[in-house]
Design a protein. Sequence first.
Length: 152
Amino acid sequence: MTAQPMLLFGAAETEAVGAALAACVRAGDVIALFGDLGAGKTTLARGLIRALGFAGDVPSPTFPIVVAYDPPDVSLSFMHADLYRIDDPDDAEELGLDDARAHGVLLIEWPERLGARLWPDALVLRIERDGDDRRRLTWEMPAAWEGRWPPR
Ligand SMILES: Nc1ncnc2c1ncn2[C@@H]1O[C@H](COP(=O)(O)OP(=O)(O)O)[C@@H](O)[C@H]1O
Ligand SMILES: [Mg+2]
């Protein structure tokens, strides 16, 4: 199901969407964040991780591919993955994504790299450029997210 797009003016609004997501996430959730290079995926993830209580820098995980955040730094275990450099879905197996999901929340940039391995119950978010200073966010909501997203 796709709803009306959300228009985001400036990086602060992209971070704010991440913060809104922080209020909705539960252990076991997977968020698949699609978008081109520079679309704002890491910016959104940063807003989410900070809203979970993380006070430090939130780097792009392009290299080393995954960054884990654990209590007490955050209110629930969170793994931030960037699969840009993964060529073969089989290579993703050793990253511990299944495990991350079992213990907390998993957010994936470049989820298309997982091919058919992407979890069907993931919340799918797509962020795209809409001019230089605006982004457009759309989503596909699995049953597990009904009533949780979008925020009212
Ligand atoms: N809504 C927005 N409007 C304008 N610029 C944005 C918006 N959201 C993010 N940005 C900027 O776009 C760039 C995106 O970077 P990043 O989040 O690292 O993208 P990605 O992870 O998708 O490659 C950053 O410079 C960020 O400040
Ligand atoms: Mg990124």
